[in-house]
Design a protein around this ligand. Structure first.
Ligand SMILES: [Zn+2]
Length: 240
């Protein structure tokens, strides 16, 4: 059947318009004509509709420059009453790759923590989220305690920020991650009146030994940048 149609179709392409006797030939002629009309119509119409461009899936690299435009006011807004946060604790994930969803899965399924993701914020390194992208965890949205240190008293009042990467074993945070971290901490410390001395690395929290956020984390540089931003703001407000 199909072979027959194909052979008729090929004959039709050669002697299109010739008189036909067989009913299959007439059907195929009609179909061929319709297909030609539809195809020509599409070829003519598409150039006149540039909005019909077909876009591929968005890659993280496409978004790289937009992370600096993340509106922190909007990002950090909550629908529940905010807690009076007193400290900020910085972590690394101790994994080369990851994002909030992956850590949430691990903490929920493997560690059996009811509220999942231990941190309030995760800053991506371009592996499974954008390089410098700030992701907000459920614990922040619901304003509940973190699970990011072994000290529960600390977890109740400390905002946990995790940078994706292993900064102890050869890795280091990207520039975008540091930029986003400084921006986020500057915003949070102003909003909750958190002193510079109350911004800590995980290893500084009194608890069992940890290297987190790793020896390659540039804590001094981050602190200096925060102080520079604060002093600029102060001098600007005095000028006004
Ligand atoms: Zn940590």
């Amino acid at each position: 059947m199909y072979k027959k149609i194909l052979s008729i179709l090929s004959r039709n392409l050669i002697c299109f318009g010739s008189r036909t006797r067989h009913k299959y030939e007439r059907i195929v002629q009609c179909l061929s004509l319709s297909m030609i009309v539809v195809a020509s119509g599409l070829c003519i119409s598409i150039p006149f509709f540039p909005c019909l461009k077909i876009e591929g899936p968005k890659r993280y690299t496409d978004l790289e420059n937009s992370f600096y435009k993340q509106d922190l006011e909007h990002l950090c807004s909550t629908v529940v009453r905010e807690k009076p946060w007193k400290y900020i604790v910085i972590h690394h994930s101790a994994t080369p790759k990851g994002n909030a969803a992956r850590f949430d899965y691990y903490h929920r399924k493997e560690r059996k923590w009811e509220y999942g993701l231990a941190y309030h914020f995760v800053i991506g390194n371009g592996s499974f989220s954008g390089d410098g992208e700030i992701e907000v965890g459920e614990r922040w949205k619901k304003q509940i305690h973190g699970a990011h240190t072994a000290n529960m008293d600390c977890n109740r009042v400390a905002i946990g920020i995790c940078l994706v990467g292993d900064f102890e074993n050869g890795g280091a945070p990207t520039e975008n991650q540091i930029d986003s971290l400084v921006r986020l901490m500057q915003y949070l410390s102003r909003k909750y009146t958190i002193a510079s001395s109350d911004i800590m690395q995980h290893k500084q929290v009194h608890q069992k030994c940890t290297a987190c956020p790793g020896k390659n984390f540039p804590f001094a540089e981050v602190k200096t940048r925060l102080l520079q931003i604060a002093s600029k703001r102060n001098s600007h407000s005095q000028e006004l």
